[in-house]
Design a protein around this ligand. Structure first.
Ligand SMILES: [Zn+2]
Length: 220
């Protein structure tokens, strides 16, 4: 395994606490959204989640929280969980301690400044992490949360809402963490897939929990 593949491996980390799914017999899943918040798309996904009565977890960048604080507040007011997705969304691999600390801490401050008081995990941009990032997160006691179901990895699947829905329905397991991006215009297929993903999983008997609720089911 090359260093690049190693840095992106979803269930491997040199040190620090990390998980990409939870071993449980209970049919629970976490729906997670990366990036943003951005205007319009935030309101659009919040309306879907409200209609379906689902609580999700949003991994936001500090930069976009600072630019769009109103959207961030709306996510919080709707009762969803927030996560830290770095400030500028860099590839945090082969980087310095100071850069990592700044990316994590400024985002945390931005998220707290809009009034969010809930649990705060970290999701590395591009899923990339190696040595310095896990070291800093473990020093701070921050858990990294990856995913095990990501339909957008394949452009063929990611371009079609129907394909996204069937991929998620096919790959999901009890304790899964699903990753979708809905905050940009280029991700319209993902946005349009959200109601169908929720319906398909409910039909299979799943209920939706946030990442921190899922984490409570981890084996001690
Ligand atoms: Zn991202």
């Amino acid at each position: 395994m090359g260093i690049w593949q190693l840095s992106a491996a979803r269930s491997f980390q040199l040190f620090g606490d990390m998980f990409n799914r939870v071993d449980t017999a209970e049919k629970v899943v976490a729906l997670t959204f990366d990036d943003g918040p951005t205007p319009r798309f935030t309101q659009e996904v919040l309306a879907v989640l409200k209609e379906k009565d689902v609580k999700a977890t949003f991994f936001l960048t500090g930069q976009e929280v600072t630019k769009n604080p109103q959207e961030a507040r709306e996510i919080v007011a709707a009762g969803h969980e927030l996560g830290n997705h770095s400030f500028t969304h860099p590839r945090l691999i082969l980087t310095t301690y100071g850069k990592v600390k700044s990316e994590v801490d400024t985002t945390e401050a931005a998220i707290r400044s809009i009034g969010y008081t809930g649990p705060l995990t970290f999701r590395p941009p591009y899923g990339k992490k190696l040595v310095v990032l896990p070291y800093y997160l473990s020093e701070r006691g921050i858990t990294s949360v990856m995913w095990d179901v990501s339909p957008e990895d394949s452009s063929e699947i990611g371009a079609s809402s129907d394909n996204i829905i069937s991929h998620v329905a096919d790959k999901v397991r009890p304790g899964s963490i699903i990753l979708l991006h809905v905050m940009y215009k280029s991700r319209q297929a993902s946005m349009a897939a959200v109601p169908g993903v929720i319906d398909a999983l409910r039909k299979k008997g799943y209920t939706f929990v946030t990442v921190s609720e899922l984490a409570k089911r981890r084996a001690k």
